[in-house]
Ligand binder design. Structure first.
Ligand SMILES: NC(=O)c1ccc[n+]([C@@H]2O[C@H](COP(=O)([O-])OP(=O)(O)OC[C@H]3O[C@@H](n4cnc5c(N)ncnc54)[C@H](OP(=O)(O)O)[C@@H]3O)[C@@H](O)[C@H]2O)c1
Length: 255
Protein backbone atom coordinates (compact mmCIF):
# COMPACT_ATOMS: atom_id res chain seq x y z
CA UNK A 1 0.00 0.00 0.00
CA UNK A 2 1.09 3.65 -0.61
CA UNK A 3 2.81 5.92 1.90
CA UNK A 4 0.59 9.02 1.89
CA UNK A 5 -2.88 7.83 2.60
CA UNK A 6 -6.33 9.00 3.61
CA UNK A 7 -9.02 6.65 4.91
CA UNK A 8 -12.74 7.21 5.20
CA UNK A 9 -14.30 5.09 7.95
CA UNK A 10 -18.04 4.82 8.45
CA UNK A 11 -19.41 3.82 11.84
CA UNK A 12 -16.28 5.08 13.60
CA UNK A 13 -18.16 6.16 16.74
CA UNK A 14 -17.82 2.72 18.36
CA UNK A 15 -16.81 -0.91 18.03
CA UNK A 16 -14.91 -2.24 15.01
CA UNK A 17 -14.90 1.11 13.17
CA UNK A 18 -13.36 2.90 16.13
CA UNK A 19 -10.63 0.26 16.46
CA UNK A 20 -9.85 0.40 12.74
CA UNK A 21 -9.51 4.19 13.11
CA UNK A 22 -7.03 3.77 15.98
CA UNK A 23 -4.85 1.34 14.00
CA UNK A 24 -4.86 3.43 10.83
CA UNK A 25 -4.04 6.55 12.87
CA UNK A 26 -1.00 4.75 14.31
CA UNK A 27 0.02 3.76 10.77
CA UNK A 28 0.04 7.44 9.79
CA UNK A 29 -3.18 7.67 7.80
CA UNK A 30 -5.16 10.89 7.60
CA UNK A 31 -8.68 9.96 8.68
CA UNK A 32 -12.19 11.00 7.83
CA UNK A 33 -14.50 9.52 10.44
CA UNK A 34 -18.25 9.45 10.18
CA UNK A 35 -21.33 8.27 12.09
CA UNK A 36 -24.41 9.92 13.60
CA UNK A 37 -23.05 10.44 17.13
CA UNK A 38 -20.72 13.38 16.52
CA UNK A 39 -19.84 13.75 20.23
CA UNK A 40 -18.31 10.25 20.10
CA UNK A 41 -16.41 11.07 16.90
CA UNK A 42 -15.01 14.26 18.45
CA UNK A 43 -13.86 12.32 21.53
CA UNK A 44 -12.13 9.81 19.26
CA UNK A 45 -10.48 12.63 17.32
CA UNK A 46 -9.06 14.01 20.61
CA UNK A 47 -7.44 10.63 21.32
CA UNK A 48 -5.84 10.29 17.88
CA UNK A 49 -2.55 11.86 16.84
CA UNK A 50 -2.96 12.41 13.11
CA UNK A 51 -5.06 14.60 10.88
CA UNK A 52 -8.72 13.68 11.57
CA UNK A 53 -11.83 15.15 9.92
CA UNK A 54 -15.20 14.52 11.57
CA UNK A 55 -18.25 14.42 9.31
CA UNK A 56 -21.69 13.54 10.72
CA UNK A 57 -23.78 11.36 8.45
CA UNK A 58 -26.85 9.16 8.75
CA UNK A 59 -26.14 6.45 6.20
CA UNK A 60 -29.76 5.31 6.17
CA UNK A 61 -30.47 8.51 4.25
CA UNK A 62 -29.45 8.25 0.57
CA UNK A 63 -29.02 12.02 0.20
CA UNK A 64 -26.67 12.17 3.17
CA UNK A 65 -24.57 9.35 1.64
CA UNK A 66 -24.19 11.29 -1.60
CA UNK A 67 -23.46 14.51 0.36
CA UNK A 68 -20.78 12.68 2.31
CA UNK A 69 -19.15 11.59 -0.94
CA UNK A 70 -19.33 15.13 -2.36
CA UNK A 71 -17.67 16.53 0.76
CA UNK A 72 -14.70 14.15 0.59
CA UNK A 73 -14.30 13.26 -3.09
CA UNK A 74 -11.42 15.72 -3.60
CA UNK A 75 -9.55 14.50 -0.53
CA UNK A 76 -7.80 11.70 -2.43
CA UNK A 77 -9.27 8.85 -0.39
CA UNK A 78 -7.15 5.71 -0.57
CA UNK A 79 -9.08 3.45 1.81
CA UNK A 80 -12.84 3.23 2.15
CA UNK A 81 -13.99 1.30 5.20
CA UNK A 82 -17.74 0.67 4.86
CA UNK A 83 -18.27 -0.46 8.43
CA UNK A 84 -21.50 1.15 9.71
CA UNK A 85 -24.34 -1.27 10.29
CA UNK A 86 -26.64 -2.82 12.84
CA UNK A 87 -28.90 -5.81 13.45
CA UNK A 88 -32.09 -6.76 15.26
CA UNK A 89 -32.90 -10.05 16.90
CA UNK A 90 -36.41 -11.50 16.87
CA UNK A 91 -38.90 -13.25 14.68
CA UNK A 92 -39.56 -11.72 11.27
CA UNK A 93 -43.23 -11.17 12.03
CA UNK A 94 -42.45 -9.20 15.19
CA UNK A 95 -39.58 -6.87 14.26
CA UNK A 96 -41.09 -3.52 13.16
CA UNK A 97 -40.92 -2.89 9.42
CA UNK A 98 -39.46 0.62 9.97
CA UNK A 99 -36.50 -0.85 11.83
CA UNK A 100 -35.85 -3.39 9.07
CA UNK A 101 -36.07 -0.73 6.36
CA UNK A 102 -33.61 1.42 8.27
CA UNK A 103 -31.33 -1.64 8.50
CA UNK A 104 -31.56 -2.36 4.78
CA UNK A 105 -30.89 1.31 4.00
CA UNK A 106 -27.85 1.47 6.30
CA UNK A 107 -26.34 -2.00 5.78
CA UNK A 108 -27.05 -2.28 2.04
CA UNK A 109 -28.06 0.96 0.32
CA UNK A 110 -25.67 3.31 2.14
CA UNK A 111 -22.81 0.86 1.64
CA UNK A 112 -23.82 0.39 -2.00
CA UNK A 113 -23.85 4.13 -2.73
CA UNK A 114 -20.42 4.73 -1.22
CA UNK A 115 -18.93 1.64 -2.88
CA UNK A 116 -20.30 2.70 -6.27
CA UNK A 117 -19.12 6.31 -6.06
CA UNK A 118 -15.66 5.50 -4.73
CA UNK A 119 -14.95 2.46 -6.90
CA UNK A 120 -15.47 4.65 -9.98
CA UNK A 121 -12.88 7.15 -8.71
CA UNK A 122 -10.51 4.40 -7.61
CA UNK A 123 -10.66 2.69 -11.02
CA UNK A 124 -9.93 6.00 -12.78
CA UNK A 125 -6.87 6.51 -10.57
CA UNK A 126 -6.05 2.77 -10.56
CA UNK A 127 -5.50 3.16 -6.82
CA UNK A 128 -7.54 2.42 -3.70
CA UNK A 129 -8.96 -0.28 -1.46
CA UNK A 130 -12.43 -0.94 -0.10
CA UNK A 131 -13.28 -2.94 2.99
CA UNK A 132 -16.96 -3.80 3.24
CA UNK A 133 -17.87 -4.99 6.71
CA UNK A 134 -20.31 -7.84 6.20
CA UNK A 135 -20.57 -10.67 8.76
CA UNK A 136 -20.25 -14.43 8.94
CA UNK A 137 -24.06 -14.12 8.83
CA UNK A 138 -23.60 -13.21 5.16
CA UNK A 139 -21.97 -16.58 4.48
CA UNK A 140 -24.92 -18.57 5.83
CA UNK A 141 -27.94 -19.68 3.78
CA UNK A 142 -30.26 -17.65 6.04
CA UNK A 143 -30.62 -16.51 9.63
CA UNK A 144 -33.85 -17.42 11.36
CA UNK A 145 -34.60 -14.99 14.23
CA UNK A 146 -32.32 -12.45 12.55
CA UNK A 147 -33.59 -12.95 9.01
CA UNK A 148 -33.28 -9.39 7.76
CA UNK A 149 -29.83 -8.85 9.23
CA UNK A 150 -28.49 -12.05 7.63
CA UNK A 151 -30.04 -11.05 4.31
CA UNK A 152 -28.40 -7.61 4.42
CA UNK A 153 -25.02 -9.18 5.05
CA UNK A 154 -25.50 -11.76 2.27
CA UNK A 155 -26.10 -8.73 0.00
CA UNK A 156 -22.78 -7.21 1.09
CA UNK A 157 -20.88 -10.48 0.51
CA UNK A 158 -22.47 -10.99 -2.91
CA UNK A 159 -21.97 -7.39 -4.07
CA UNK A 160 -18.35 -7.36 -2.90
CA UNK A 161 -17.63 -10.71 -4.59
CA UNK A 162 -19.02 -9.55 -7.94
CA UNK A 163 -17.03 -6.31 -7.87
CA UNK A 164 -13.90 -8.23 -6.78
CA UNK A 165 -14.05 -10.35 -9.92
CA UNK A 166 -14.78 -7.37 -12.17
CA UNK A 167 -11.69 -5.60 -10.81
CA UNK A 168 -9.59 -8.73 -11.35
CA UNK A 169 -10.81 -9.13 -14.90
CA UNK A 170 -9.72 -5.60 -15.90
CA UNK A 171 -6.33 -6.02 -14.18
CA UNK A 172 -7.10 -3.15 -11.78
CA UNK A 173 -4.86 -2.29 -8.85
CA UNK A 174 -8.00 -1.47 -6.90
CA UNK A 175 -9.06 -4.12 -4.39
CA UNK A 176 -12.25 -4.88 -2.49
CA UNK A 177 -12.70 -7.20 0.48
CA UNK A 178 -15.58 -8.35 2.67
CA UNK A 179 -14.96 -8.71 6.40
CA UNK A 180 -17.05 -11.57 7.78
CA UNK A 181 -16.57 -11.81 11.55
CA UNK A 182 -18.53 -13.94 13.97
CA UNK A 183 -19.37 -12.35 17.32
CA UNK A 184 -17.30 -9.27 18.20
CA UNK A 185 -17.50 -7.51 21.54
CA UNK A 186 -18.95 -4.09 20.61
CA UNK A 187 -22.20 -2.19 21.11
CA UNK A 188 -23.78 -4.40 18.41
CA UNK A 189 -25.70 -6.57 20.91
CA UNK A 190 -27.03 -3.58 22.81
CA UNK A 191 -28.38 -2.13 19.56
CA UNK A 192 -29.69 -5.52 18.36
CA UNK A 193 -31.20 -6.31 21.80
CA UNK A 194 -29.25 -9.58 21.85
CA UNK A 195 -26.67 -11.53 23.83
CA UNK A 196 -23.89 -13.69 22.39
CA UNK A 197 -24.41 -17.43 22.13
CA UNK A 198 -20.86 -18.24 21.00
CA UNK A 199 -17.58 -16.76 22.21
CA UNK A 200 -16.77 -13.28 20.99
CA UNK A 201 -13.46 -11.67 20.02
CA UNK A 202 -12.43 -8.10 20.84
CA UNK A 203 -13.08 -5.29 18.38
CA UNK A 204 -9.34 -4.56 18.45
CA UNK A 205 -8.48 -8.11 17.34
CA UNK A 206 -11.14 -8.02 14.64
CA UNK A 207 -9.87 -4.68 13.33
CA UNK A 208 -6.28 -5.91 13.25
CA UNK A 209 -7.16 -9.08 11.32
CA UNK A 210 -9.37 -7.08 8.96
CA UNK A 211 -6.55 -4.74 7.98
CA UNK A 212 -4.12 -7.63 7.48
CA UNK A 213 -6.64 -9.32 5.16
CA UNK A 214 -7.23 -6.04 3.33
CA UNK A 215 -3.49 -5.57 2.77
CA UNK A 216 -3.36 -9.12 1.35
CA UNK A 217 -6.31 -8.24 -0.92
CA UNK A 218 -8.31 -11.19 0.41
CA UNK A 219 -11.84 -11.39 -0.94
CA UNK A 220 -13.44 -12.81 2.23
CA UNK A 221 -11.83 -12.16 5.60
CA UNK A 222 -13.06 -14.44 8.39
CA UNK A 223 -11.24 -13.64 11.65
CA UNK A 224 -11.56 -16.87 13.68
CA UNK A 225 -10.96 -20.56 13.01
CA UNK A 226 -14.37 -21.39 14.50
CA UNK A 227 -16.20 -19.10 12.05
CA UNK A 228 -14.01 -20.30 9.16
CA UNK A 229 -15.21 -23.82 10.02
CA UNK A 230 -18.83 -22.68 10.12
CA UNK A 231 -18.49 -21.03 6.71
CA UNK A 232 -17.03 -24.21 5.20
CA UNK A 233 -19.86 -26.21 6.76
CA UNK A 234 -22.38 -23.79 5.27
CA UNK A 235 -21.03 -24.59 1.79
CA UNK A 236 -21.33 -28.36 2.11
CA UNK A 237 -24.18 -29.02 4.54
CA UNK A 238 -27.79 -29.18 3.34
CA UNK A 239 -29.48 -25.77 3.48
CA UNK A 240 -32.29 -26.93 5.80
CA UNK A 241 -29.78 -28.45 8.23
CA UNK A 242 -27.89 -25.13 8.37
CA UNK A 243 -31.12 -23.18 8.89
CA UNK A 244 -32.08 -25.40 11.85
CA UNK A 245 -28.57 -25.14 13.33
CA UNK A 246 -28.53 -21.36 12.88
CA UNK A 247 -31.96 -21.07 14.50
CA UNK A 248 -30.61 -22.99 17.51
CA UNK A 249 -27.74 -20.52 17.86
CA UNK A 250 -29.92 -17.47 17.23
CA UNK A 251 -32.56 -18.53 19.77
CA UNK A 252 -29.90 -18.35 22.51
CA UNK A 253 -29.23 -14.73 21.53
CA UNK A 254 -32.71 -13.60 22.56
CA UNK A 255 -32.53 -11.80 25.91
N1 LIG B 1 -20.30 -7.07 16.72
C1 LIG B 1 -20.52 -8.17 16.02
O1 LIG B 1 -20.72 -9.25 16.59
C2 LIG B 1 -20.48 -8.13 14.52
C3 LIG B 1 -20.31 -9.33 13.84
C4 LIG B 1 -20.27 -9.32 12.45
C5 LIG B 1 -20.39 -8.13 11.77
N2 LIG B 1 -20.57 -6.97 12.45
C6 LIG B 1 -20.71 -5.72 11.68
O2 LIG B 1 -19.68 -4.83 12.06
C7 LIG B 1 -20.08 -3.49 11.76
C8 LIG B 1 -19.74 -2.61 12.95
O3 LIG B 1 -20.56 -2.98 14.05
P1 LIG B 1 -20.01 -3.08 15.53
O4 LIG B 1 -20.04 -4.49 15.93
O5 LIG B 1 -18.76 -2.32 15.68
O6 LIG B 1 -21.24 -2.39 16.32
P2 LIG B 1 -21.39 -1.00 17.04
O7 LIG B 1 -20.40 -0.86 18.13
O8 LIG B 1 -22.83 -0.89 17.37
O9 LIG B 1 -21.01 0.06 15.89
C9 LIG B 1 -21.88 0.31 14.80
C10 LIG B 1 -21.46 1.60 14.12
O10 LIG B 1 -22.32 1.82 13.00
C11 LIG B 1 -22.79 3.16 13.06
N3 LIG B 1 -24.12 3.28 12.48
C12 LIG B 1 -25.22 2.52 12.71
N4 LIG B 1 -26.26 3.00 12.03
C13 LIG B 1 -25.81 4.08 11.33
C14 LIG B 1 -26.42 5.01 10.45
N5 LIG B 1 -27.73 4.96 10.13
N6 LIG B 1 -25.65 5.99 9.90
C15 LIG B 1 -24.35 6.07 10.21
N7 LIG B 1 -23.71 5.25 11.05
C16 LIG B 1 -24.45 4.26 11.60
C17 LIG B 1 -22.81 3.51 14.54
O11 LIG B 1 -22.68 4.91 14.71
P3 LIG B 1 -23.82 5.91 15.23
O12 LIG B 1 -24.79 5.12 16.07
O13 LIG B 1 -23.06 6.94 16.01
O14 LIG B 1 -24.42 6.47 13.98
C18 LIG B 1 -21.56 2.80 15.03
O15 LIG B 1 -20.44 3.62 14.87
C19 LIG B 1 -21.56 -3.55 11.43
O16 LIG B 1 -21.72 -3.49 10.02
C20 LIG B 1 -21.98 -4.93 11.94
O17 LIG B 1 -23.07 -5.46 11.23
C21 LIG B 1 -20.60 -6.94 13.81
Amino acid sequence: MDNKKTALITGASSGIGQEIAKILDKKGYDLIITARRVDRLRKLKEKLNGNVTVIPCDLSDEKQCVNLYNKVKDMDIYLLINNAGFGAVGSFNEIPLEKELEMIKTNCIGLHILTKLFVKDFIKKDRGHILNVASSAGLMPGGPLMSTYYATKAYVVSLTSGIYQELKSIGSNVSISALCPGPVDTEFNQVANAKFSVQSISAKKCAKIALIGLAKRELIIVPTTYMKGCSVLAKIAPRKFMLRATQGIQSKKIK
